[in-house]
Design a protein around this ligand. Structure first.
Ligand SMILES: Cc1ncc(COP(=O)(O)O)c(C=O)c1O
Length: 382
């Protein structure tokens, strides 16, 4: 009765635990949630001012589907200056969050039967988007020994004539790990002489606490195969504004993605574009740095506290705002449900990210909440 492609995709597995947390909260229970994938800060004041000015100026009409020219220009400049990515403004498009960028890219590239290589644990939406496109997910399991990063050998073994793309997330959600330049170069070496695309999701680029962020497309000879995806949601605490952007050197591919977007959502909200322009021109750079420092402090507290709890362990994440925690046993959903019922603490089960025996804790919340959450976790484990 319904379209095959729509019945192939499943709602996020994180919903079950989030719904349960909301229900308990509504019943008056004292719930500490560490499940959110968004910063708890307000959007920087200068960005809000730019949005207000756009409203007052009557900037409320359709814009070009890809975004206003000055925003595309600012994004291209950002890529050049901060990431060493040599894109021009006509190789960029703006979409409703990084999520729509990903949707556009998967839809434009994946044919039925095409294989997408996805390192696991993965961010929840990738496999569903591949499935929706009719493609096949090829998961590459990772573990703590390689800081949850894939190795060149794994990539080599996974390649088949049907491999269409490799999805890379650095810094990673859910592990917080960052690929070094050398690690990316080793992966690029494996892809040499192949036509495999790399979808580089760099949405957590600004949230780096150790080491440095390297964009796959900045590696020598890799820009042509790379679709770079980024956005304002995480770095600027603008999740609700829905601003993401992507860039590709392949103008025909960009045209296809724009055609798709022109028939679905058209341009993103015009006001948000003006606000984003102000942000990308640097008005909120100090706010971004302040938030990064706050996240670092929270990470340090959460990381140290967790490793003191018997039965739990975690690596020190270098970026993003998540801890990927090893739990006893292999039933992460049951662990999270019990923890929520007994201690009122909401974490996300690892199975939502394709891996059992782990849970994800977001530290995008206050130090007080982290402290209280750690105490409850300790009681739970005891
Ligand atoms: C790795 C990753 N990519 C993309 C997104 C989507 O971001 P946006 O809010 O810009 O759609 C998220 C959000 O959680 C994410 O964690």
């Amino acid at each position: 009765m319904y379209a095959d492609r729509i019945t192939r995709i499943a709602p996020s597995q994180t919903i079950a635990i989030t719904t349960l947390a909301q229900e308990l909260k509504a019943q008056g229970r004292d719930i500490l949630s560490f499940s959110a994938g968004e910063p708890d800060f307000d959007t920087p004041p200068c960005v809000k001012e730019a949005a207000k000015a756009a409203i007052d100026a009557g900037f409320s009409k359709y814009t070009a589907v890809k975004g206003i020219p000055e925003l595309l220009q600012a994004i291209a400049q950002k890529f050049q200056k901060e990431s060493g990515l040599h894109y021009t403004a006509d190789e960029v498009m703006v979409s409703n969050g990084a999520k729509q960028c990903l949707f556009n890219a998967f839809q434009a590239l994946i044919n039925p039967g095409d294989e997408a290589i996805i390192p696991a644990p993965y961010w929840v939406s990738y496999p569903e988007l591949v499935t929706y496109s009719g493609g096949k997910n090829v998961f590459l399991p990772t573990d703590a020994a390689t800081e949850f990063k894939i190795t060149p050998e794994q990539l080599q073994q996974a390649l088949t004539p049907k491999t269409k793309m490799l999805v890379l997330t650095t810094p990673s959600n859910p592990t917080g790990m960052i690929y070094t330049k050398a690690e990316l170069q080793a992966l690029a070496e494996v892809l040499k002489n192949t036509k495999v695309w790399v979808l580089s999701d760099e949405i957590y680029e600004k949230l780096v606490y150790e080491g440095s962020m390297c964009s796959f497309g900045a590696l020598e000879g890799q820009l042509e195969r790379t679709i770079t995806i980024n956005g304002l949601s995480k770095a600027l605490s603008m999740t609700g504004w829905r601003v993401g952007y992507l860039a590709t050197k392949d103008k025909a591919l960009l045209k296809h993605m724009l055609a798709l977007q022109s028939h679905s959502t058209s341009n993103i909200n015009s006001i948000a574009q003006k606000a984003s322009l102000a942000a990308l021109q640097g008005c909120a750079d100090q706010d971004i740095e302040n938030m990064r420092l706050a996240f670092k402090e929270r990470r340090d507290m959460a990381y140290a506290g967790l490793n003191e709890i018997k039965g739990l362990s975690t690596l020190k994440p270098q970026g993003a705002f998540y801890l990927w925690i090893k739990i006893p046993g292999q039933n992460s959903m049951e662990f999270c449900q019990k923890l929520l019922a007994e201690q009122g603490v909401a974490l996300v089960p690892g199975i939502a990210f394709g891996v059992e025996g782990f849970v994800r804790m977001s530290y995008a919340c206050s130090l007080e909440q982290i402290k209280a959450g750690l105490e409850r976790l300790k009681k739970f484990m005891a």
